[in-house]
Write a protein that binds this ligand. Structure first.
Ligand SMILES: [Fe+2]
Ligand SMILES: [Fe+2]
Length: 192
């Protein structure tokens, strides 16, 4: 059985926390997507599904590094409070903002201090991808608050998700390669 080297203990603990966060975000966003469709916010539902897929990609990346470092993959899915789509969007944005401003910068700093390249790569990809989610959630919140159901939030919409790092965009063929991880555009997943 593999063991976690002492210098990697905190990194593995952080990877497990991030894995749990991403897995719960995935479950939450899928539940929020169902609610958004029921509320007629089909574009917001598409965004929730795209972000859910990205979080699943992050969870998979974190899990791979946990195993590489000799750790064991484990997480719990917590109960999901489903509210109005506006409130759900705000909950989602708050989660992304926490990851962007606090969680991933701390985890990245720790992994960097230990020169742990695999952990740095997975934390960095997730951090940068969460910024794209925060931008899109903010845009959706403004449109819902303004009652603009005739804007993209009201219609099923295509989003493009990098299968390697979870970068998410509404613009087709925005770049030839993923601006975060350099994966080719041809590999991007279309989620709607
Ligand atoms: Fe996210
Ligand atoms: Fe990427």
């Amino acid at each position: 059985m593999s063991e976690i080297a002492t210098e990697n203990a905190v990194t593995v603990k952080n990877l497990l926390a991030a894995l749990e966060g991403e897995s719960n975000a995935n479950a939450k966003y899928n539940a929020f997507a169902t609610k958004a469709d029921a509320d007629g916010f089909h574009g917001a539902a598409s965004l929730f599904r795209a972000a859910a897929r990205a979080e699943q990609i992050h969870a998979g990346n974190h899990a791979r590094v946990i195993v590489q470092l000799g750790g064991q993959v484990a997480f719990a899915i917590h109960e999901i409070a489903i509210k109005s789509t506006l409130e759900n969007l705000k909950t989602a944005l708050a989660g992304e903002q926490y990851e962007i401003s606090t969680m991933y910068p701390e985890f990245l700093a720790e992994a960097t201090a230990h020169n742990n390249t695999a952990a740095i790569r997975t934390f960095h990809g997730a951090l940068e991808a969460e910024k794209t989610h925060a931008r899109l959630y903010s845009e959706a919140i403004a449109l819902v608050e303004a009652g603009k159901k005739d804007a993209w939030i009201g219609k099923t919409k295509e989003f493009f998700v990098c299968p390697v790092c979870g970068y998410t965009t509404e613009t087709p063929n925005e770049h030839e390669r993923c601006p975060i991880c350099n994966a080719p555009w041809s590999r991007f997943e279309v989620i709607k």
